[in-house]
Every structure is written in structure tokens, then in C-alpha cells.
Ligand binder design. Structure first.
Ligand code: DX5
Ligand code: ZN
Length: 211
């Protein structure tokens, strides 16, 4: 089943509740939360304190994408805030297997993400342990960037690796997804896509999600 996870990065932060209710009614499957530390990526967003408040107003699956250095320092904080799926970057943690194990031990689903310049093969040793792989199709840090077309081949490569593992692994794709490229991304094997700008830049948000 194809799923869509709108990212609130492009939402109105002065009234997130309103935007999240619109996303729920519009058929969003998960809520994608982009956590940035100004170190791993140039931008800074929000953290567990905000997520704790969001947890109280929505039943949607909270899908947190940590773009932070040494994410292992904050796993417990995110678990306490009510996150369901915690994804860390392969490039941001030295002992990735330990970090993934810690996430699962605390009862969350564990995801691993790779930057556009990281090859699919770098995932080989961790795939047997994760619930989700996130292939970035822009360099993380900002919403509204342009999809990097050569990533479609990588999505396909990762899809084959997930399938070969024999385990049920979500293959998530994030960055510059819109009506012009979403078909190719699903054809390449994605099971869930993130979308921020292409949803929130539209007047009619539910229609954008359906599209
Ligand atoms: C980029 C973030 C993405 C991004 C998605 O660093 O991880 O989730 O905000 O937004 P769009 O769809 O605008 O690229
Ligand atoms: Zn993201």
C-alpha cells in the first residue's frame, strides 16, 4: 500500500494544530517531523518539547527524521515525547548498529537514512536490523529543494536490498517529491514518500495529498 507522510517543515508554525487537522482530513498516513541541529545540517528546527505537544493533538504515526550529529544522545528524549518511528542518519552516528538497537529497545521502530552522496551498498550490514530505510533525494537541511533525478536508480537498488532481506522494511523517500516525480519514485520501489513544499504551497492541501 502506497503511503504519504507530509512534512510539517513547510507548515505554519504559528498554528500547527490547524495544519495537522487539515493533513489528517486530507488522508495523510504519517506525520513527518524534520529535526535539524544546525550542525549535521545548516538549519535548526525543533525537538522533543514540541513533539510532546503534537502527540497530544494527533493520533497519526509520528515519524521523526533526525538530522543531528550523534543522535544516540537524544533517543530517550524522543521516545518520551511520543515518537513512533525514529530515523537516524548513517553519516551522523559512528556505532550505527548500537544506535538502532537502542531505538528498538525503547519500543520505537528504527530507521536509517542516507544522504544523496552515500551509496546504497553502505546499508548492507544494517538492513537486517532496521524497520525503515530513508533515501534522501535532496541534500538534507531545507524544504522546497529540487529532487535529484539520479536518486531514482538508488531507490531501486535499495528496494532490491530490502526485498532480498526477506523482512518487511518501509522504503521511504524524502526531498523534492511532487506530482511530476512521485510516480517514478513508487515505480522504483518506494513504499512511502515524504512531501513538504508540494503540499503546503498549494491552496487546497487535501487535494494536493490526493494528487
Ligand atoms: C529535508 C527534509 C525533508 C523536506 C521535505 O531536509 O528532510 O523532509 O523538508 O520537504 P520538501 O518536500 O519540501 O522537499
Ligand atoms: Zn525529512
Amino acid at each position: 500500500m502506497i503511503k504519504i507522510a507530509p512534512s510539517i517543515l513547510s507548515a505554519n508554525f504559528a498554528n500547527l494544530e490547524k495544519d495537522i487537522k487539515i493533513l489528517e482530513k486530507g488522508g495523510a498516513d504519517w506525520l513527518h517531523l524534520d529535526i535539524m541541529d544546525g550542525n549535521f545540517v545548516p538549519n535548526i528546527t525543533f525537538g522533543p518539547i514540541l513533539i510532546k505537544s503534537l502527540r497530544k493533538i494527533t493520533k497519526l504515526t509520528l515519524d521523526a527524521h533526525l538530522m543531528i550529529e550523534k543522535p544516540e544522545r537524544y533517543i530517550e528524549d524522543f521516545q518520551k515525547s511520543g515518537v513512533d518511528i525514529l530515523t537516524v542518519h548513517l553519516e551522523a552516528t559512528t556505532h550505527l548498529h548500537r544506535t538502532i538497537t537502542q531505538i528498538k529497545k525503547l519500543g520505537m521502530k528504527a530507521g536509517v537514512s542516507i544522504n544523496p552522496s552515500t551509496p546504497a551498498i553502505a546499508l548492507r550490514e544494517i538492513i537486517p536490523f532496521v524497520d525503515l530505510v530513508l533515501v534522501m533525494t535532496v541534500n538534507p537541511g531545507f524544504g522546497g529543494q529540487k529532487f535529484i533525478p539520479t536518486m531514482t536508480r538508488k531507490i531501486h537498488e535499495v528496494a532490491i536490498m530490502c526485498e532480498t532481506s526477506g523482512r518487511k522494511i518501509h522504503l521511504q523517500v524524502d526531498g523534492g517529491i511532487d506530482e511530476t516525480n512521485i510516480r517514478a519514485v513508487y515505480d522504483a520501489g518506494a513504499t512511502i514518500t515524504v512531501a513538504g513544499y508540494s503540499i503546503f504551497s498549494k491552496e487546497n492541501i487535501p487535494k494536493a495529498i490526493q494528487n
